[in-house]
Design a protein around this ligand. Structure first.
Ligand SMILES: NC(=O)c1ccc[n+]([C@@H]2O[C@H](COP(=O)([O-])OP(=O)(O)OC[C@H]3O[C@@H](n4cnc5c(N)ncnc54)[C@H](OP(=O)(O)O)[C@@H]3O)[C@@H](O)[C@H]2O)c1
Length: 329
């Protein structure tokens, strides 16, 4: 497989190269792509150096699959050009996620929606992926009625500039700001831009994307997304009201049995998920599983994942793996 990685020099792109290598994805030729300022730079992949090229050069190289993580505007402009050249694009930006003609995929949940005709496939938002991974098995059995989500998101979710801002602030260095306020020793209730309804775009992604992935818009969702000074890993406090009553032991078992989910929930040993411990892991970790005693059929849980792995690179590579395994590319 000839694989292009668009945004190969970025936070997600770097992890994509690592994940492709780790999972032994059948790459016969790698095409690392970035902006003109990085063209000519060398990137190592599986012990070999590859030269970074521009989008213009890459599109003509007819990759089988292009994994995009270079921002929404780049995707809007370039994904159709790659698709027209016969390349299947798996896109990490928000550009195509809610387009009714494009599939939004978490392979463990809805990989079966993919067909050979899908030339631009959307990877969900990082905070959505870890959320639906924990909700899918519970929704299938107990049917969600309403979800209340509060996120605690790391700076790596914003990109390299934000990681640099936090690093600068911890060292007392004045530098470029990715956020309107200091992030060190702070919590900023503002992830992505504000919309007319008073919510942020990130919060509305959490409202809309799960319904598309779970192929069900019968449940209600509300969200508050907060940026916190953790380097990597997103955490989510999730309150789920189900139509049907559940059994807590069964909830744990359903989560335990779902591929890619790990239950970390033992109060006797202070075992619960934390972002520092999810670092560099592909799984979604779920803990603090308990009944909401204020409302019938309602559950509280705490969901943590590495936003650059399952939240971005790993899920993208898994989509590519699904395409290859099912002869869809
Ligand atoms: N960080 C996350 O947790 C996360 C999760 C899910 C999805 N995403 C999405 O993934 C994308 C990248 O995020 P990131 O965190 O990796 O950002 P990042 O660290 O800022 O990296 C951006 C990458 O895109 C490249 N790029 C920027 N403008 C370009 C252009 N005009 N033409 C070609 N390449 C261009 C950059 O190349 P240069 O190095 O040459 O500038 C770099 O490789 C975004 O759409 C983001 O929303 C991020």
């Amino acid at each position: 497989m000839k694989i292009a990685v668009v945004g190969a020099t970025g936070m997600v792109g770097t992890v994509m190269l690592k994940v492709l290598a780790e999972r032994n994805f059948p790459v016969t030729e790698l095409i690392p792509v970035a902006s003109a300022k990085s063209a000519g730079k060398k990137l190592a992949f599986k012990g070999k150096d590859y030269t970074v090229v521009t989008l213009e050069d890459a599109v003509a190289m007819n990759a089988d699959i292009a994994l995009f993580s270079a921002g929404g505007d780049t995707s809007l402009e370039w994904a159709p050009k790659f698709a027209a050249a016969g390349t299947t694009v798996v896109d990490n930006s928000s550009a195509w996620r809610m387009d009714p003609t494009k599939k939004l995929v978490v392979p463990e949940i809805n990989g079966d929606v993919l067909t050979k005709e899908d030339k631009i496939i959307a990877n969900p938002n990082c905070s959505t992926i870890q959320l639906v991974m924990a909700l899918a098995p519970l929704h299938a059995k107990y049917q969600m009625r309403r979800l209340i989500i509060s996120t605690y998101q790391s700076v790596s979710g914003t990109g390299v500039k934000a990681v640099q801002q936090l690093e600068n602030e911890t060292k007392g260095i004045k530098g470029e700001m990715a956020y309107p306020y200091p992030i060190n020793r702070n919590a900023i209730p503002h992830c992505d831009v504000f919309m007319e309804n008073g919510y942020t775009k990130e919060e509305m992604k959490l409202v809309k994307e799960p319904k598309k992935i779970l192929r069900d818009d019968s449940f209600a969702v509300t969200a508050t997304a907060v940026r916190i000074p953790t380097a990597g890993g997103h955490s989510e406090s999730v309150n789920v009201e189900f139509v049907n009553d559940f059994d807590l032991a069964d909830v744990r078992q359903l989560l335990h049995d779902f591929p890619g989910v790990v239950v970390q929930d033992n109060l006797d040993t202070n075992t619960y998920p934390m972002p520092a411990y999810a670092h560099d892991k592909d799984e979604v970790f779920v803990g603090r599983i308990r009944r909401d005693e204020s409302l019938p059929n309602t559950l509280n849980m705490w969901i943590v994942a590495d936003n650059l792995r399952k939240g971005a690179a790993t899920n993208t590579v898994q989509i590519a793996e699904y395409l290859v395994a099912n002869d869809l590319v």
